[in-house]
Design a protein around this ligand. Structure first.
Ligand SMILES: [Zn+2]
Ligand SMILES: [Zn+2]
Length: 181
């Protein structure tokens, strides 16, 4: 299973450390199934890192909780590269993100593309981006440009995957560059 097979992520109430997400994913058998993943498994395991970093929303930088940077991923993060990013439409700017910030995913209309609904960690609005599967699956692979739905979604506007897919197939998109800082 790859990240782009995820269809819906929901953070479960209650469990705090680590938080737990219920993930609906597209299985090879053709059906969707549910699974549980911890925050660590979602965000840090793909990077081969233990959770020793935090996302500073003031600077959009990942910053170490400890001083030791051991491996390549940590060095790239230390150099200001973002493992995952998306374009926040209400803010008109790229933002760093983590897999746990995905909300809804679905195959897009273009060949092999993936539509993702992401809740922005800074402004809390939801943006829909059209990206490549690699943009979702491969840490530090960021598409040079992504499709962005020209619409600001409120929290309750995309209640179901069906609504999301309807938006995905009917909406008009702009291309936005994901410039990395
Ligand atoms: Zn199955
Ligand atoms: Zn935002």
């Amino acid at each position: 299973m790859k990240l782009h097979d995820f269809r819906e992520l929901e953070r479960l109430p209650g469990a705090a450390h680590p938080s737990v997400y219920r993930v609906r994913y597209a299985c090879a058998c053709g059906d969707d199934h549910l699974g549980l993943l911890s925050h660590d498994e979602l965000d840090w395991a793909p990077l081969g890192l233990r959770p020793s970093l935090f996302l500073n929303l003031m600077t959009d930088r990942l910053e170490p909780l400890q001083d030791e940077f051991g491996d390549l991923a940590a060095r790239r993060i230390g150099a200001g590269e973002w493992p995952w990013s998306f374009f926040c439409y209400p803010e008109e700017r790229p933002r760093p993100m983590f897999p746990s910030m995905f909300w809804l995913l679905a195959p897009g209309t273009a060949d092999g593309s993936i539509g993702v609904a992401v809740r922005c960690p800074a402004c809390l609005n939801v943006s829909i981006n059209i990206v490549s599967p690699e943009h979702v699956d491969v840490p530090f692979h960021n598409d040079a440009a992504v499709g962005v739905v020209r619409h600001v979604f409120r929290d309750d506007a995309l209640r179901s995957i069906e609504r999301f897919e309807a938006e995905l197939y009917s909406a008009s998109f702009d291309a936005r560059r994901l410039e990395l800082h």
